[in-house]
Design a protein. Structure first.
Length: 235
């Protein structure tokens, strides 16, 4: 639960302008070397597999990745997080249809789109909400990474314990031309330690879903919104 003395109190009225600006402006942030290495290390497993792909972005210790692998046994599930420390605490389960890897999703998403990956589902579970009003551009929907998130496609599922974050995510998706729904979730088995903690503390939990689909796929290439500049992805 976001403490009111620290957090933003209402939805930002300029959010649509922030989103549109990112959609129109090329993002040229360099790709980190460790992200390129992680992508190349997993690339053949993804591209040689006939399983549908599920990405669990910002997976932390990978509890949610393990949960998703058990929930979707016919899929290949990738958990991606930038923290080696968090990933080192991952406890592998019995499922063999998943992997966790260290990469910055800012980089990994762009590499995945450039390589033509089309995940069936994409999860963002309890991302850092950056609750101060001045931090809106650090939230995924207010960041320059947002156009890449949309280009990646798939059924996007976002969970948060801050209602404003959920509301703004829906507004950002709609500003980008994507339909989205928000709902409160109750009585569901926790997918991660974070979710279990929030449930135990009685927090209200919210879920945003948006079917980003594959409408932007043309042949085996992805249409690139103006705000996207993708790296070259070698073999």
């Amino acid at each position: 639960m976001i403490r009111s003395r620290l957090g933003q109190q209402e939805v930002r009225k300029d959010l649509a302008d922030v989103v549109v600006a990112h959609m129109r402006s090329p993002w040229r942030r360099p790709i980190a070397a460790h992200s390129k290495e992680a992508f190349q290390a997993i690339r053949s497993r993804v591209e040689d597999s006939s399983r549908p792909l599920i990405i669990d972005s910002c997976c932390g210790t990978g509890d949610s990745t393990r949960h998703l692998a058990a929930q979707f046994p016919d899929a290949l599930v990738l958990g991606v997080d930038k923290s080696a420390h968090r990933l080192a605490r991952h406890q592998f389960g019995e499922s063999k249809n998943y992997a966790v890897l260290r990469a910055d999703v800012n980089d990994f998403w762009r590499l995945a789109v450039a390589a033509g990956w089309c995940p069936l589902r994409h999860y963002l579970l309890y991302p850092n909400p950056y609750p101060k009003a001045s931090q809106v551009r650090k939230r995924w929907y207010g960041s320059p990474a947002f156009p890449t998130l949309l280009a990646l496609g798939g059924l996007l599922t976002v969970r948060t314990n801050w209602s404003i974050y959920a509301q703004e995510f829906v507004l950002a998706l709609k500003a980008a031309g994507c339909a989205a729904t928000e709902s409160q979730i109750t009585g569901v088995p926790p997918m991660s330690a974070f979710e279990a903690k929030y449930q135990e503390r009685g927090h209200r939990l919210y879920q945003v879903t948006s079917d980003l689909g594959l409408e932007h796929v043309v042949g085996d290439k992805l249409d690139q919104p103006a705000g996207l500049v993708f790296p070259e992805v070698g073999d």
